[in-house]
Design a protein around this ligand. Structure first.
Ligand code: IPE
Ligand code: IPE
Ligand code: MG
Length: 259
């Protein structure tokens, strides 16, 4: 269960490059995209899938190693039953349809989140898709489904307690990070939220500690490779200090992205 392959941004200073290694996206605005066109909200979800394909391709072309997409939050069950059921069907259909192509492109697919509430048939399809792509490593594509950042931390602590029933002194940051559902990935370098809202909505709470945040009004169905490039350009202009001063970065010759 425990991995210690990546630097924790609060314990060590990670290496920084001009192109983010890990991009995490809240794909928001599907409903509004459809309503603007007098279409049912769910039509926006279908169109959103085209953006997923475009962004996956663009990430591969740009050498991004990890792409994590928020597809369904632990709070999205509060939506009307017919929208929830449409989203589940769409998830199932697209997994079945796309997995061969993901595999051909060397993409490793993972689904992170609490799968216990999903239909067993969907869980089976998810596990089969993960297994089929398990030896790929060109791009690590993770879909967060019934995911919540608080669930993730609580789940990690529960797993650690079961693994160490006699532990009295609590758990270290590294132990908790190693038990989170994204323990296979470095922390996101760049977070993108489409759709204009400026909030995290219970996405990767622990891992976003030092992630660069980028918010755009573009609705997810309108988000494409050019929009991704704008986000990457914004990221490229940031100075990632991880608590240090700007002067220290210059002294160390590590200013901005020239580390
Ligand atoms: C994001 O789009 C997709 C999911 C949450 C599944 P929304 O459905 O939230 O679209 P808006 O925010 O209502 O426009
Ligand atoms: C966040 O979008 C979750 C996903 C995109 C899957 P929401 O549309 O559910 O977020 P809120 O409700 O506006 O915060
Ligand atoms: Mg929304």
């Amino acid at each position: 269960m425990m991995h210690k392959r990546f630097t924790s941004s609060t314990r060590d200073i990670p290496a920084v490059s001009a192109v983010p290694r890990h991009v995490a996206i809240i794909m928001d605005g599907n409903g509004r995209w459809a309503r603007k066109r007098l279409m049912p909200r769910v039509a926006g979800h279908s169109r959103g899938l085209d953006s997923v394909r475009a962004v996956v391709r663009a990430c591969m072309e740009r050498g991004i190693e990890y792409l994590t997409l928020f597809a369904f939050s632990s709070e999205n069950w509060r939506r009307p039953a017919d929208e929830v059921s449409f989203l589940m069907q769409l998830f199932m259909k697209s997994l079945r349809k796309e997995v061969a192509r993901l595999d051909e492109n060397g993409i490793r697919l993972r689904v992170v989140g609490d799968l216990s509430r999903f239909d067993p048939e969907l869980v089976r399809t998810i596990r089969e898709s993960e297994e089929k792509t398990a030896t790929n490593d060109r791009l690590h594509l993770s879909i967060a489904a019934n995911y919540g950042g608080r669930w993730d931390v609580a789940n990690a602590v529960g797993a650690l307690m079961r693994a160490h029933p006699d532990r009295r002194e609590g758990f270290s940051e590294d132990e908790i990070a190693g038990a989170l559902s994204m323990n296979f990935a470095p922390e996101p370098d760049l977070f993108i939220r489409t759709g204009g809202e400026k909030r995290i909505s219970n996405f990767l709470l622990w891992q976003l500690a030092y992630t660069e945040l980028y918010f755009t009004d573009t609705l997810w169905p309108d988000f494409d490779a050019a929009a991704l490039d704008e986000a990457i350009a914004s990221y490229g202009g940031r100075e990632r200090r991880f608590g240090r001063t700007s002067e220290q970065l210059v002294e160390q010759g590590a200013a901005g992205h020239h580390a």
